[in-house]
Design a protein around this ligand. Structure first.
Ligand SMILES: [Zn+2]
Length: 229
């Protein structure tokens, strides 16, 4: 599959994400006819996949401005990532490539919100619940994609933005990388603690917690690999 000319690869774990979203899509339309529920089950994963691909495509577009190519986008349980030939040859390039993703997600969230409001104004109650639900979910998913990615957790976008800022200040890319990984690990430990308290207090689902732990383990592993380079 290609998305605006970029090859897209589905990791097996992406199937689990699609399955979970399809189940959610089916259940949010519980008051509807079976046909509408099936449409909802198909549209919900499609909405997230489109949002992730759009986000990654923005990183790729920014990188191409600096002559940096891309080998493709991979989708997995935790979202997606673009395999770029370089994350930027200068701090400014790294910053622009990193921030392009969250900005594109904010743009989609804004479009989703504007369409929701327009739907309310022009159609009111005549707007099918499936459409209004999907627009709300589309807005929410993109808002979450933007917010989640700007966390200063290397190698997420926010972590790369921090890396570029530190690189610009100390003029050494490797020292800056080590510093940004230290910050990332503090943030991961704090989030782990907060989520654990949330689970004990019944405010956070066990599923969200397990998802976070798996993601944190993956990020930690990538950080280890980059520390050894
Ligand atoms: Zn991103």
């Amino acid at each position: 599959m290609k998305f605006f000319g970029i090859p897209v690869r589905f990791d097996v774990s992406a199937l689990l994400l699609i399955y979970i979203l399809a189940l959610n899509g089916f259940s949010i339309a519980s008051a509807e006819t079976p046909a509408v529920r099936v449409v909802s089950a198909l549209l919900l994963p499609a909405t997230l996949i489109f949002s992730i691909l759009f986000h990654e495509r923005a990183h790729i577009l920014a990188a191409s401005r600096y002559g940096i190519g891309c080998r493709g986008i991979t989708l997995l349980l935790f979202g997606g990532f673009a395999t770029l030939e370089s994350m930027g040859k200068r701090p400014r390039e790294m910053f622009v490539i990193a921030i392009a993703g969250p900005l594109s997600s904010l743009l989609l969230a804004g479009i989703g919100l504007a369409l929701s409001l327009a739907g309310q104004v022009f159609f009111g109650n005549a707007l099918p619940p499936l459409v209004s639900n999907l627009l709300s979910i589309f807005t929410f998913l993109n808002m979450m994609l933007a917010l989640f990615n700007i966390l200063p957790v290397y190698p997420l976008d926010g972590g790369r933005m921090l890396h570029s800022a530190l690189w610009d200040r100390c003029k050494d890319m490797e020292i800056a990388r080590r510093q940004s990984i230290k910050v990332a690990r503090i943030v991961i430990v704090v989030l782990f603690g907060l989520l654990l308290i949330g689970v004990v207090a019944g405010k956070v689902s066990v599923f969200s917690f397990v998802w976070f732990v798996l993601l944190a383990a993956l990020l930690w592993q990538i950080q280890n690999r980059e520390l050894k380079m």
